[in-house]
Design a protein around this ligand. Sequence first.
Ligand code: CMX
Length: 441
Amino acid sequence: MGVIKQQFKDISEKQNSAIKDMLKEHGDKKIGDVTLSQVYQGMRGITGLVTETSLLDAQSGIRFRGFSIPELREKLPKAPGGAEPLPEGIFYLMLLGKLPTEDDVHHLTSVFQRRSHVPSYVFNTLESLPINTHPMTMFVIGVMALQNESRFAKEYQKGMNKKDYWGFMYDDVIDLIARLPRIAAYIYRRKYKNNEHIEPDGLLDWAGNFAHMMGYDTEEFRELMRLYLTIHADHEGGNVSAHTTHLVGSALSDPYLSFAAGMNGLAGPLHGLANQEVIKWILDMQAELKSDEPSAKQIEEYVKKTLSIGKVVPGYGHAVLRVTDPRFIAQMEFGKKHMPHDKLLQTVWRIYEVVPPILQSLGKIKNPWPNVDAHSGSLLYHYGFKEFDFYTVLFGVSRSLGVLSSLCWDRALSLPIERPKSITTVSVNNWLQGKEDIAGD
Ligand code: CMX
């Protein structure tokens, strides 16, 4: 067994028995009440999931195993001469619950390199898709084609002891994370770069190699990819991509099936697709105003117009956060360091000044502040990465680190199939009239 797998086994076995003891003593304790509005309105604020890898606080933002983004940018190992964390480090942290050393991260880099082979039939499957297929659709289809490689699925068919589930899931998870950059880069080069592909560079880290295979070989762009793939990795368990991966995995669907399901959720415009929508919205604004430096007044009018035709302002608002997303701030810092005079970034920062008071004045939006997607596209655009309908794929490659390390934990803790209770409005009305018991009271 590999060193990291062995550590995961030891740590998760300990955690498993601690949880069993806790539930024996406190299993009947109530965590909260559920209101009828919460049931009808997206289960907002109902605590109903365990996700070990990260925790989101409405006021201070995401913490990965207790560490904030600024702390991780300082503490996680970096590439030689680099300033941004290597995403291998956040995966290690989420999986094992402790900060990695430089050696741990190098070890993971070489494991990912070793296991990154993608069989040719996956590329052939991608080749068979019309070129105008959305890159997220291609990404999901690539992952689904790769499902044929699942060790878990094969072992399950042979007949597997429950105790062995986690080990095969773990192996699939590592294989899948290792292979995703190759699939994503293939889609990028096929769709936008005349199908001219670039061989992986065995000396580069996971993010650096991904940048290289897409055709971006400057050290500054690699640094952006390292930051990007670190900060998008996880956002606790209730968001659509994480929850879907967990839900599908709870049926013992293997990591390929589970992750592909999560990616279908990430492809929605209210979730991950918002990153492409933001750039599209800004470019449309620039085209309409015939200016790449719109003033605050012009932005204000454009925002009001967007709202008046019943559209959302992409990149703003959040179901949990009630402050500016720390992931937005990390990207703004990167921009101020590397490209402070870029006109598109300056527009993003001007939008940040203009939009929150307008959204606030509507009185119904719970969070008028920018989320991660408000900033990410502008950084990519600066480096000439202008194919914005690909941006969500980058988010997806990063999100694999969080949702798949969580999937390892799901199986290691033997979490059961997820099956909440649903109700009908007829039963609700009957309950309100005292004719039916739906609340268990
Ligand atoms: N622009 C305009 N209206 C907005 C808005 C925005 N950015 N954010 C919320 N609202 C509206 C909602 O549509 C809702 O309107 P109705 O009552 O008319 O239906 C009202 O304000 C209340 O919504 P909320 O409780 O504040 O927000 P939700 O928890 O329901 O939704 C989110 C959260 C992110 C879907 C929403 O803020 C939104 O649509 N934002 C724009 C899309 C976006 O940036 N998504 C990316 C989120 C991060 C990610 O997952 O990647």
